[in-house]
Design a protein around this ligand. Structure first.
Ligand code: BDR
Ligand code: CA
Length: 315
């Protein structure tokens, strides 16, 4: 099975990604870390605990991570995910589950050392914890099998500013560190995740669910759908973080390009933009810049069906 460390800002779509992986028998969730982003890091950890409480898997350690980015003030996406990060969907406190006493970055390093070369990281929030872990353990890139992250945009516009995607924008310095470290990175960009909007039949399926996990998905998505209706004029929403989770479990759903990815840190209007080298062989590449596997398209049908089949049960 695939050993995975999850790191996220446990908002609505992060929660769905967590439910998907928890329900996937080929995946072993080693640990979960929280980070600022959709909600504060403490709230995000509490959300992860409650969502784990909906699953059958016991004893996954959850650690609180960075409460703020490396080099800018914290900015929470309460508008998109609600004040509590889960769109106001009420979940009981997870009985018997508590956060562990180490930070998410420390926990990541501990797990990487315990299973050298055997675990992947799925990062679905700002990348502050990953950047801190890289500073704490310089060997980390060689201890991790692969990092799959949701973030960035290539030809697709940003979703926070015209050029920046939220997970990068909320900590550009951390993203720059993660995308230039010598570990295999798969970046599931907005170009791919904006192709995973739910169709009417998917929404009907969610509407008719009766399980506790299904009811939670229904309640939290209703806030997310509202946000997208107001801001995108569509009665639907895309599945950003669950798409990254499916890329981890089923890489064949993804269309990729390999390229170095630079994060713009100084642009007046472009801070947090991901700069991708699409010149083919036309220009020389800076030596020593690792290539990132950038997912630019996904098989929508496969991605959505895998998530819904796993979380809601077969149709
Ligand atoms: C990303 O930003 C957050 O709001 C979502 O959870 C996702 O990780 C999409 O840009
Ligand atoms: Ca997220």
């Amino acid at each position: 099975s695939q050993r995975v460390i999850l790191d996220g800002d446990y908002g609505i779509d992060d929660a769905l990604a967590l439910l998907y992986l928890a329900g996937t028998s080929t995946v072993e969730i080693l640990a979960v870390g929280s980070v600022h982003g959709n909600a504060g890091a403490d709230q995000a950890a509490d959300n992860a605990l409650r969502v784990l409480g909906l699953t059958g898997i016991p004893d996954v350690p959850v650690a609180v991570g960075a409460r703020q980015p490396l080099a800018q003030p914290v900015r929470l996406s309460s508008l998109v995910h609600g004040e509590d990060g889960l769109g106001g969907a009420v979940l009981p406190p997870a009985r018997g589950r508590r956060v562990v006493s180490v930070s998410a970055a420390e926990q990541m390093v501990q797990m990487a050392r315990a299973y050298p070369g055997e675990c992947s990281i799925l990062a679905t929030g700002p990348f502050t914890n990953l950047a801190l872990a890289l500073l704490m353990e310089p060997e980390l890139p060689h201890l991790i099998e692969r990092v799959v992250l949701m973030g960035g945009a290539v030809a697709e516009p940003g979703n926070v500013t015209p050029s920046a995607e939220a997970n990068i924008f909320c900590d550009p310095e951390a993203a720059a560190a993660v995308l230039s470290a010598p570990w295999p990175v798969t970046m599931v960009a907005l170009d791919a995740t904006m192709g995973t909007w739910l169709e009417v039949s998917d929404l009907d399926r969610i509407e008719s669910t009766t399980t506790p996990a299904g009811k939670f998905v229904q309640a939290s998505l209703s806030h997310y759908l509202d946000f997208h209706r107001k801001n995108y004029g569509r009665h639907s929403c895309p599945l950003h973080d669950p798409s990254a989770a499916v890329v981890l479990t089923h890489p064949s759903t993804a269309t990729c390009v390999n390229t170095p990815v630079k994060v713009e840190l100084r642009g007046e209007h472009t801070r947090g933009m991901t700069v991708v080298d699409r010149r083919g062989n036309a220009g020389p590449r800076q030596p020593g810049t690792p290539e990132v596997q950038v997912v630019v398209a996904l098989n929508r049908e496969q991605v959505v069906n895998k998530v819904l089949d796993t979380v809601l049960g077969p149709p």
